[in-house]
Design a protein around this ligand. Structure first.
Ligand code: WT7
Length: 651
């Protein structure tokens, strides 16, 4: 049986159906069911036709070169992502259309038209050039959700300098490791960012990180909170606003090769060391452009809001590159949904007339818990389409979203994808697909997804297995930065030539895909990825800890919560204070998202005879489930003791 499939029976009985509302269907960007068959017959032709909608300095010679696991898309083509997101629109009537509407947590606001954004990006690209940045040099960006973040990304893209955005919630140590792995020359940060009314001290973290990151030549600092005016290092640090002064507003976009690197984005895998996922230029742009256009059904007058942080792939693809390449108006919000009150999101929807809204199930479950009065306080009548991403959406959350946010007439697109896939791969097309609450429905046209058993055979409809991708797709990762062996081993070795997603999945009798969660040692906390190994290395780094194991415990709001089992060194007594200290230690090493909800002290950890920690068993213990077969344990009594202890704690 595939792990993570405990919900399978509940899913089998879901029989609610939501066909596209006729009025929606009629106006949809795609409403011809023939697109699936057409794309399946000739995927390369399908992608090539879509690619014609982009701007090319020079057209490609070959659509796809597939030498598994290495794909090259649109070889021979010359293209620039920044040009496609800006110059192309500035040359049309869109020039004065709002590209970004930004709202800060304290309530401040800035609107950038396409022309404004173009000018800011050109100026910043010139500033980077002035600092000696060359095509191919890496730039680390550690910023809160401020307009300078997409501006910096687009400036890097303009020059062909790969960016590596590090989520502002990560610790200095996580930042340092990422700078070092990519050997970035420039770090862009801010003094701080606003979060739930408080200041996140980014500059402090950045300073700490840079101490151990010798490749960093310059640190560019955005002044956001006014909290680091006395922390500027005259040798390395320069204010963003000083740097921008007097820069030319013209900076021609570099014609790049289709396969030049656009960015690196670090994500957690099954080992302690995050991997730098490599995305390249033309295919990534095409994938995000096409999926945004068809799945979010964007029209000229839409107001689109994806609530993710740009520090994650969702923000890269569906706040920045997808919407801007489509010439859309994209909303960007700096803070949390409960500041100053729990209706902040709905007040933003109402204020800007948001039409397409994209968020994560964990947020929806939080809103459910807060109660319907918060969305009910606002006029959400502008909304016409809703999206979900990051983790499986349970049917209850789906229905709540449909009723209380979508007023029972907005299609809900549940979109499955990964940092590695770059673009949404499994999702409804809102003008075509009959929705089932909790199912991401079917692969996007041109995508060849399958659910297979251990031996790689497609499972029968009605069965579960592992989700795999059998054909390359334009926005797929090209490599793990600096670690091609891990790239092959991680994704392409279980079924040679076939991409292994590490997700469990079930097909229903109509062939719909129902995602069931990760089957590897990745924990999905509030739609963010953390590896059990990362948490464990952080714990054993503490002087009191001898050994540690961590797991994801099913959580009603977060999807999964981090729970750790810790064996202390002989002379160290367990205590409440130590538990608090260990939780803080993990948060300090990785970032607050990795902070364990619970830590259990135990004399021993359950292991197989070969010494492998039995995480599945720990999950059973943490979730209070009856213990199954424990005969492969070296000492079954360990788990019994753990379980008793756990039951006591719960009582
Ligand atoms: C993992 C990827 C890609 C956007 C954000 C997360 C899970 C993502 C869904 C969905 C069920 C989902 C998978 C996947 N996931 N979207 N709609 N239904 N599961 O990106 O951090 O790379 O995580 O998120 O387990 O493997 P990520």
């Amino acid at each position: 049986m595939v792990e993570g499939s405990q919900n399978i029976d509940a899913l089998l009985t879901e029989d609610r159906r939501f066909p596209p509302p006729p009025a929606f269907q009629e106006q949809a960007n795609v409403n011809d069911p023939g697109v699936y068959e057409e794309a399946a017959k000739d995927p390369e032709g399908f992608w090539a036709r879509f690619a014609e909608e982009l701007h090319w300095f020079k057209k490609w010679d070959k659509v796809l070169e597939w030498d598994p696991p290495y794909a090259k898309w649109f070889q021979g083509g010359k293209i620039n992502v920044s040009y496609n997101c800006l110059d192309r629109h500035v040359a049309t009537a869109r020039k004065n259309k709002a590209a970004l509407i930004w709202e800060g947590e304290p309530g401040d606001r800035q609107v950038y038209t396409y022309w404004d954004l173009y000018r800011e990006v050109c100026k910043f690209a010139n500033a980077l050039k002035g600092l000696g940045l060359k095509k191919g040099d890496r730039v680390t960006i550690y910023l809160p959700m401020v307009p300078e973040l997409p501006i910096a990304m687009l400036a890097c893209a303009r020059l062909g300098a790969p960016h590596s955005v590090v989520f502002g919630g990560f610790s200095s140590e996580s930042l340092r490791d990422r700078i070092n792995d990519s050997e970035a020359k420039i770090l862009i940060t801010a003094d701080g960012g606003f979060r739930r009314g408080r200041v996140v001290p980014l500059k402090e973290n950045a300073d700490e990180a840079v101490k151990g990151a010798p490749t960093t030549e310059k640190v560019i600092v955005v002044r956001r909170t006014g909290t680091a005016d006395d922390q500027m290092n005259p040798d390395t640090d320069v204010w963003w606003h000083d740097l921008m002064e007097g820069q030319s507003q013209v900076c021609p976009a570099e014609p790049l090769d289709s396969e030049d690197i656009l960015y690196l984005l670090y994500t957690s895998g099954t080992t302690g060391k995050p991997k730098g996922i490599v995305h390249t230029t033309a295919g990534y742009l095409l994938g995000t452009y096409a999926t945004t256009k068809w799945i979010f059904d964007l029209k000229e007058d839409d107001v689109y809001w994806c609530t993710a942080d740009i520090g994650w792939v969702t923000g890269h693809s569906y706040i920045v590159y997808g919407p801007l390449s489509n010439g859309a108006t994209s909303i960007m919000y700096e803070g949390t949904p409960d500041y100053p009150d729990r209706d902040r999101f709905w007040s933003i929807v109402e204020k800007y007339g948001v039409t397409v809204f994209y968020t994560a199930p964990t947020a929806i479950r939080t809103f459910m818990r807060w109660g319907t009065e918060y969305p009910a306080k606002h006029d959400l009548g502008s909304l016409r389409l809703l999206g979900s991403v990051g983790e499986p959406i349970n049917p209850e959350a789906w229905m709540w979203y449909w009723e209380h946010v979508g007023r029972s007439n907005c299609p809900v697109v549940d979109t499955w994808w990964q940092t590695e896939t770059g673009m949404i791969l499994i999702s409804p097309l809102p003008g075509l697909t009959t929705l089932k609450p909790g199912s991401a429905t079917r692969p996007f046209p041109g995508i060849d997804a399958e659910v297979v058993d251990e031996g790689g055979n497609a499972v029968d409809l009605g069965q579960g297995g592992y989700l795999v991708l059998k054909k390359p797709w334009p926005a797929m990762l090209r490599n793990i930065y600096g670690d091609p062996e891990r790239f092959v081993q991680q994704y392409w070795s279980r079924y040679p030539g076939i991409y292994f997603t590490a997700d469990g999945c079930k097909r229903d009798d109509e062939g719909y895909f129902w995602l069931l969660g990760r089957v590897d040692d990745v924990i999905n906390v509030s739609a963010h990825r953390i590896s059990t190994m990362e948490v464990e290395s952080a714990l054993v780094d503490h002087t009191a800890v001898a050994e540690a194991a961590s797991i994801g415990r099913t959580d009603d709001v977060k999807g999964q919560a981090v729970v750790a089992f810790v064996t202390l060194k002989e002379e160290v007594p367990a205590s409440e204070e130590l538990m608090v200290e260990l939780k803080q230690h993990v948060a300090g090493k990785i970032g607050s998202i990795a902070r364990p909800d619970d830590i259990y002290f135990t004399a021993e950890l359950p292991k197989t005879r070969s010494g492998k920690i039995m995480r599945r068993l720990l999950r059973d213990v943490a979730e209070g489930r009856a213990l199954g077969d424990t005969t492969t344990l070296a000492d079954p009594a360990v788990v019994e003791a753990l379980k008793e202890r756990y039951d006591e704690d719960e009582a």
